[in-house]
Design a protein around this ligand. Sequence first.
Ligand SMILES: [Zn+2]
Length: 97
Amino acid sequence: MNERCPVCDLKFEREEGYFLGAMYISYGLALIFIIGLAGLLCVLMHWSIQKSVISAVLLFLPAAPLIALFSRVLWVYLDQAMILHHTLELQISPLEL
Ligand SMILES: [Zn+2]
């Protein structure tokens, strides 16, 4: 991952541990992926739940780095949206006074 955005020069990791929130997103996405895939395997292949879950985890492993990277991108977007929202709130509040 680049240190800064090549287009707008945004620094991605603004502080130590900045991407901790991305780990929560990654965890949620991994759970959705594994549960969904295990459900599909269980229904379509008529496998036991145990075999379906183990297979889904093994199939998930190659996708884990991609999901971790995607989670970081989502985290940066979420953070930027919150900053923009907060900035707009600060701009509006003096007019209301
Ligand atoms: Zn940018």
